[in-house]
Structure formats: C-alpha cells, structure tokens
Design a protein around this ligand. Structure first.
Ligand code: DGL
Length: 261
C-alpha cells in the first residue's frame, strides 16, 4: 500500500488521478482541489508559489504521503524546485508534453494549449528550446478553458462556440503544412477532449500527459503487489463548498469520498 497526495486548483487533476489509480489501484489517495484559489492560471507567480508551498507543506505534515503529485501544469512550471528544496518526499510534477509532441508531429508544427500562466513561464519556453528546436510551436493561452472544464463536470457545459473560439488559434496552416498535434498543457483540458476533437477544423493528435505521470509514480514507488487490496480515494475542496450534483456523481463514480480538513 502507498499513500499519495494529488493536488490541483480544481477538478482538472482528476484526469491524472484516474491514470494513477489505474496504475496503482492499491494506493490510498487524498486528492486536494484548491478551489479556494482557482484559477491558478490568473495568479501572480510569487502568490502561487507561496500558496502551493504552504498548502503542500501542511498536507504532508498531516498525511505523511509516499509521494506528492502536482497534477497542474500552471503550478508545476513554477513550484517544483521550491517544493523539492523544502520537503523530503518525492514530488512528481506535470509539465507541458513538449518533448512527446515534437516526436509525434510529422509536420513539425504543433501547438501548446495552456493557461496564461503556463504560456508565460520561462520553464515552458526552455522546454521548447531544448526539445522542439526544429519545430514551429504555437503557444496558445486560454484564460477561460479551465473554468469551462469545471463547468462541464459540474453539469453546466458552455456552448460549442466558446470552445471552438478557444482552440481556434491552435490550428495553423502555413507554408504548405498544418498543425498535426496539440499539447493539452493544463490538466483540466482532457475533460473537454471529446468536444475539442469534434470542434477541431481538422484532425490532430491531442496529447494528454496523464499516462506519463502515472508511469513516473510507478517508476518511483514500484508496481505494487497484485494481492494488495484496493486502496481508497478521498477528495477535499479547500473552499469547503459542496460539489454540484453532477460533479458529486462524477466523484462517486470514481469512488472518491469527501474528506474535510
Ligand atoms: N489544471 C491546471 C493546469 O494544469 C490549471 C487550472 C487553473 O488555472 O487553475 O494548469
């Protein structure tokens, strides 16, 4: 049995949690949705670092996890070093899947769809410089998409036009080549992936980092023992608000019980 702490600003990290629980069904997981501070993508850098370091430090003291998963690109592109320098526990981050996109793209033209925070980060630009030097990369900031994903799970989906407008800048046709891959560089976006695929002006590969995060957890903590009983899952909302009925059903379907703290 392993104990994991998984953090995001909201329900986006559930896309990562699903893969982790598939890989380690024996894990005892606390998922923390820091909805009191949502959206992280709109926060100033120093405010975000201070918030996440304080929250994760307190949660580690309370839960003593074997690993912490920051299931959020907006936070990971900023807080991994400060967390690792303060806490002895392994910290697994979620950062834009730029290296896999450069490998997957045949046209060498791909897009990175992310929050304004992630798009602005030196970390993101350094990933492009190191791993996608031969590619034409469009960095697309989407200020509202994480909120649209929250609305989708809460049973109040936004109209197609809003999603189509948000993803439109990802689709570039220039010099006889087209974008053929889009990095979903915010963990909320896979919640909208089916709608994105339907609204896309042409088919592309949509790259979701969640399976790679689960593999990283397994490489750190092992595959577990097939005989170990199934673990438990709990979710805490830092706002203390009760989830909307549709979200409550989605959480129940994942076997996530409310954990107050
Ligand atoms: N889920 C977060 C990410 O991966 C972002 C959402 C937010 O802006 O709070 O970037």
């Amino acid at each position: 049995m392993i104990r994991l702490l998984v953090l995001d600003s909201g329900v986006g990290g559930l896309t990562v949690l699903d893969e982790i629980r598939r890989a380690r069904p024996d894990a005892e997981v606390l998922y923390v949705a820091d909805d009191a501070w949502f959206p992280y993508g709109a926060l100033a850098d120093d405010a975000l670092v201070a918030r996440v370091v304080d929250l994760v430090t307190a949660l580690c003291a309370e839960r003593r996890p074997d690993a912490v998963v920051i299931a959020c690109n907006t936070a990971s592109t900023l807080v991994l070093d400060p967390l690792r320098s303060r806490l002895p526990v392994p910290i697994v981050g979620t950062v834009p899947a730029i290296k896999p996109a450069a490998a997957a793209s045949q046209t060498k033209r791909f897009s990175v769809l992310a929050t304004p925070g992630t798009v602005a980060r030196d970390y993101t630009r350094a990933l492009i410089a190191s791993h996608a030097a031969g590619c034409d990369v469009a960095l697309v900031a989407a200020p509202m998409l994480a909120a649209h994903a929250e609305a989708e799970l809460a049973g109040a989906p936004v109209p197609d036009e809003a999603l189509a407008a948000a993803i439109a800048p990802c689709f570039v046709e220039r010099d006889g080549t087209r974008t053929d891959a889009v990095v979903l560089a915010c963990t909320h976006y896979p919640l909208l992936a089916e709608r994105f695929a339907r609204l896309a002006p042409w088919p592309v590969a949509w790259l979701d980092p969640a399976p790679a995060i689960a593999r990283r957890v397994v490489s750190l903590l092992g595959t577990g023992d097939a005989d170990t009983p199934a673990g438990t899952g709990a979710i805490r909302f830092t706002s203390g608000r009760a989830p909307a009925p549709s979200l409550a059903r989605a959480l129940a379907a994942r076997g996530l019980a409310r954990a107050d703290g």
